[in-house]
Design a protein around this ligand. Structure first.
Ligand code: SPQ
Length: 435
């Protein structure tokens, strides 16, 4: 059943410190690499959100032993070569990362499987992954020539590939690198702009050799990995909602502890600064693996800006909340080169434009982005999440700057990446009233 949540605030102020849940992208990869590797892997700070739990379930069906106690996870894997053929379909739920990366992993395994997803995931394009995998020798078949789930995968002997990716996508890059790990010879992936590099960093942590030069990554096939310990930093994409809130609301100041600071993900910090917010990096650690640290964001008068080109992959998931922030900034904000937003959990260009317009914002959708004119006073109203966690969280944060209450239809999807989002919202904002 689809529920509704009413969020309303009276003169809100955001003060204090926040430790957001573990990074979703890194949590998925920790389960995947811990299951590919032989032996024990211990993960701390795992994101216990719906998407990452789907990844755990899939590997359990492949015969990997995975015990989770909150955000601590322990994996004992016999190694990829000893997985068992699953007796059930492998269900990726709403998770594009699970589906696309699993396609790369399963293609080079020795098992036969069928990968499925929910209604939203079953509409998202898979050909961007299945086309390069098929040219490596993968046997993947399904509807629309292998573009849509469900897809059947017969694990096969793969050969290395030299692939120029048409769009910068960490999911496509990671699927090919995972397939390349099991393939014969060398696999080379060339990107148009650097997308998040968590797979590359973690492969090295598990003992793999790979070479990264500029936008190109090379991996040799036939490497075996050994289990290890992984610490997952806080998800900067989750923190971004509260960073934007602190930037928008006068007098606000929030410190984010243990938040991921991987430079392929920190585009949001650059945009906050470009728009005039105060951003300070108070501490930085983890130089050898995933960088993380303490970041303070404080309110300042916001100005419109342009966001385009190579920065887009480093903040792609933050664009809905950036659009909301732009409604409170003076002047025009232009978002370009972000056509990828149209193939996320929902068409995020259409959803953001429609929902913010309902509140009185001036937002124009373009083919590959949005143009937002601010500042506008936002009214309250009924907003839809479209089953998309990032749209649901944008709607809740909108209530901090709207004159009246916001009623969010289907807020449960927020648990996909941020299960305790509303607790954190209430804790940070002193005057929050929820029904
Ligand atoms: O997993 P899913 O559903 O694709 O999640 C999203 C999100 O908003 O959480 C996108 F809808 O994040 C992607 C991100 O957009 C996660 C991801 C990754 O972990 O590799 C990479 C990005 O996608 P892409 O297509 O640009 O590679």
């Amino acid at each position: 059943m689809v529920g509704t949540k009413t969020v309303t605030f009276n003169k809100p102020l955001l003060k204090g410190s926040l430790k957001v849940p573990g990074d979703k992208s890194i949590s998925h990869r920790a389960i995947m690499l811990g299951s590919i590797a032989e032996g024990r892997t211990a993960i701390k700070g795992f994101l216990d959100g719906e998407d990452c739990l789907r990844t755990i379930e899939i590997f359990k069906h492949l015969g990997v032993s995975i015990e989770r106690n909150g955000t601590d996870v322990e994996i004992y894997s016999p190694g990829m070569g000893n997985w068992i053929t699953p007796t059930e379909e492998l269900y990726a739920g709403n998770s594009g990362t699970t589906a696309r990366l699993m396609l790369g992993i399963l293609s080079g395994s020795s098992v036969t499987s069928t990968l499925t997803g929910d209604a939203s995931l079953s509409k998202r394009p898979m050909k961007r992954v299945t086309t390069p995998l098929q040219s490596m020798g993968a046997s993947v078949s399904g509807e629309e020539g292998g573009d849509l789930l469900p897809l059947s995968i017969v694990g096969s002997k793969l050969k290395g590939i030299d692939y120029h990716m048409p769009v910068a996508s960490a999911q496509v890059k990671s699927a090919i690198l995972f397939a390349g790990l099991a393939a014969e010879g060398e696999t080379v992936v060339r990107e148009t702009a650097v997308s998040r590099d968590h797979t590359e960093r973690m492969l090295k942590q598990f003992g793999a050799r790979l070479e990264q030069v500029g936008n190109t990554v090379r991996i040799q096939g036939g490497q075996t990995l050994t289990g290890t310990d992984v610490i997952v930093p806080g998800d900067i994409s989750s923190a971004a909602f509260f960073m934007a809130a602190a930037a928008m609301i006068e007098g606000s100041e929030v410190e984010f502890s243990d938040v991921g600071l991987n430079p392929t993900r920190t585009g949001i910090l650059q945009v906050l600064r470009q728009m005039g917010a105060e951003v300070e990096i108070l501490e930085k650690h983890g130089e050898t693996g995933e960088p993380y640290g303490v970041v303070k964001v404080s309110h300042a008068r916001l100005e419109g800006t342009e966001i385009s080109g190579e920065i887009i992959p480093t903040l792609i998931d933050e664009l809905p909340i950036i659009a909301l922030m732009a409604t409170q900034a003076t002047g025009k904000t232009i978002i370009k080169d972000a056509a990828e937003l149209r193939v996320k959990e929902t068409d995020r260009i259409a959803a953001v434009t429609l929902e913010l317009t309902k509140l009185g914002a001036k937002v124009e959708a373009t083919e590959d982005g949005m143009i937002i004119e601010g500042p506008t006073a936002l009214s309250g109203g009924e907003l839809k999440s479209y089953g998309d966690h990032r749209i649901g969280m944008m709607a809740a944060i909108a209530a901090l700057v709207s004159e009246d209450a916001i009623h969010i239809e289907d807020p449960s999807c927020i648990a996909i990446s941020y299960p305790n989002f509303f607790d954190h919202l209430s804790a940070l904002v002193s005057t929050c009233v929820e029904e």
